[in-house]
Design a protein around this ligand. Structure first.
Ligand code: DNO
Length: 394
């Protein structure tokens, strides 16, 4: 596979030259400063691409060209927004940047409750605590009917949290769930926004009355409109699975499991309509058998995110060591190396090591943890290739 790395642009503290020195071949990035919904100008794309190439790297994947909310909930201006999206794709195509990752998750681009969950060795990782999320929905957002989405066991934990959480704990939780994880991915809520909870509630209300089927229809509408420009420029669209891959906040979810992926690929059955195979997101649904999904969807996979999770019985999940947990990355890598060895992959998320605590990296995107993961994954790639060549000899 092609070894890539998510880089957040010229403001990123991690230097392109360092990335090249640790064996990275391609960069995964976006024009992060352009507001969601606006056209990415050709000149800006070319300038960014040239900058990356000056370091002996290539701009392998766009992550993400964000899909505006009004496209997802079919708001009045969706056609104009799709038109803008098409113009951005056209400009990317003209510049020769042709793998484009996006997601179709309503409101939240991804969700965690703890961004610095401590490990015994002093490092930390991202964590999803189901009871804390339920507490957020029930007592902070005060979403009507939220209780119905949780078991009595979780609800009793929520009651305990209610007795113990202080105002500053609440603020920290709000910051983790809807601010810190969102700002850097061109999300709806940014650091410094006043009253993020109200803003968030307004965003949720845009989806009133939109169920799973309606969201699927809106995705199909979007994909059908963009396929011609993708065909013209050879653009591979790759939808990222929902993270986490289960229902949250009463919102519909349509990229969570085999049936969903099958629906997406078949409802617009065009080779340019593909997926980002994120082993991390998919593994957080205990029903997903990750290597089985990799084998099934390899021909429509255009980009791979490699990380793993461990899911607990109470519904919590933690981001595991890349070679442990439910992601089964050795098996997944064996499949992709065999079937499509030029696929771009990036080590996704990593633990934050204590010496990097005050660097202010985006959550999940420190340097050392991801570099460790890249080294581990690179080793697995070498080992499976060695296996293949031994098999050929015998
Ligand atoms: C978080 C990422 C997501 C992902 C987008 C793709 O770390 O996995 O922000 O990039 O959802 O559109």
């Amino acid at each position: 596979m092609e070894k890539t790395w998510r880089w957040f642009g010229k403001k990123d503290q991690i230097k392109l030259e360092t990335l090249r020195q640790i064996g990275v071949e391609g960069i995964v990035s976006a024009l992060h400063d352009i507001p969601n919904g606006e056209v990415w100008p050709l000149e800006a794309i070319k300038e960014y691409k040239n900058h990356i190439e000056r370091f002996g790297l290539k701009w392998s994947v766009v992550e993400s060209l964000p899909v505006s909310e009004a496209i997802k909930y079919a708001g009045e201006n969706r056609d104009q927004l799709i038109e803008n999206y098409i113009r951005s794709l056209e400009n990317l195509g003209q510049a020769g940047v042709t793998t484009v990752c996006y997601n179709f998750m309503p409101v939240l681009d991804w969700a965690r409750t703890d961004l610095f969950h401590p490990w015994k060795d002093g490092s930390s990782s991202l964590f999803f605590d189901k009871a804390k999320f339920a507490y957020f929905e029930i007592h902070i957002l005060k979403r009507q009917g939220a209780e119905q989405d949780y078991t009595s066991e979780t609800l009793s934990k929520v009651e305990t949290l209610k007795q113990t959480m202080t105002q500053s704990d609440n603020d920290y939780l709000i910051d983790s769930v809807i601010v810190k994880t969102q700002g850097f991915v061109n999300g709806n809520i940014k650091e410094g926004d006043l009253n993020p909870v109200e803003k968030f509630k307004n965003l949720l209300s845009l989806y009133d009355g939109i169920d799973k089927n309606q969201l699927r229809e809106n995705m199909k509408y979007f994909l059908e409109k963009i396929m011609p420009v993708c065909e013209k420029y050879g653009i591979q669209m790759c939808v990222h699975p929902d993270d986490p891959p289960f229902a949250l906040l009463g919102l519909p979810r349509i990229v969570t499991n085999e049936e969903d992926i099958h629906w997406i690929l078949n409802s617009v059955n065009n080779p340019h309509n593909g997926i980002t195979f994120c082993t991390g997101s998919l593994s957080a649904n205990p029903e997903n058998d990750v290597p089985k999904l990799a084998q099934k969807f390899v021909s429509r996979t255009k980009f791979v995110h490699l990380r793993s999770t461990e899911v607990f019985e109470n519904g919590d999940f933690i981001e595991a060591d890349h070679l442990k947990g439910r992601g089964k990355l050795v098996e997944v890598i064996r499949i992709f190396e065999k079937e499509n060895p030029t696929l771009p992959m990036r080590p996704d998320h990593g633990r934050l090591l204590s010496e990097e605590e005050d660097k202010g990296y985006n959550p999940g995107y420190g340097f050392l943890g991801r570099m460790l993961a890249l080294g581990q994954l690179d080793g697995v790639i070498a080992a499976v290739n060695n296996e293949f060549s031994n098999q050929n000899k015998s």
